[in-house]
Design a protein. Sequence first.
Length: 293
Amino acid sequence: MDPRPPTDVWRFEAIGTVWEIVTACPLPEGERDAVRDVIDDFDHTWSRFRADSLVTALAEEPQEVPAPPDAAAMLDLYRELSLATDGAVQPLIGDSLSARGYDAGYSFHDRGARPAPADWVEQLAWDDGALALHAPALIDVGAIGKGRLVDVVHDLLGSLGHAERLVDAGGDLRQSGERIRVGLEHPFDPARAIGVATVANGALCGSAVNRRAWPGEHGGLHHVLDARTGEPVRTIAATWAIAAEAMVADAAATALFFDGGAAFAARFGVEWVRMTTDGAVEWSAGDRMEAFA
């Protein structure tokens, strides 16, 4: 990645990943505190890895609560994701991930496949300023949550007067200013790139099955599960997506692991690249993604 000088880079860890915020001048401590606060608020609401989070409390006692600020935007997009992928992507997949070992304690102990509730839109309601869970289930917003948080931080910095800025959370990024070029890391060889993305006043997100992977009794496991079966995806190895907002790019990067993902991306004006597990590279039309096919 090649941010243009003069710039200041602030690096820190949050939500289990390394963040980089690039601005034309250093952020005052008060502005850094504001960034930390919005990240912690989001994590305290949506992290299924925290015992004190809202989603953990809802899983323990299904109930109706005032809707968090991000609920409508994220869950509306989840509904679109679920429709596009025929239910493969949805937000009540937390128990499915936990059953495969990706739980709050990071046990990585596989207890077998557990499909997510197919009727999730009936179990989970978000309207009239309320968020309600009607049956025991664990919400997981991993398909779009980091992208949403990148957008929130990006918008906060804009409101503080930073017209040119880059927010990068572990490779999921949103940028305002001069264009940047970002290499697309080969999922099987980190020393290689399979292409280059050009981002200008937009967002780039990616996902790969090698990033969060662990051994299982019947083959390797990873964090990209099909909600309908509780089984890991075996056909796609990595995806990347460019969109105007990071939440949409994150959503498309997840959708592209499944049938219907390309149509979802086209509907939202997303350009993309993906690599199959046998090494084939596929990409959409457009000039912002260059694949080394």
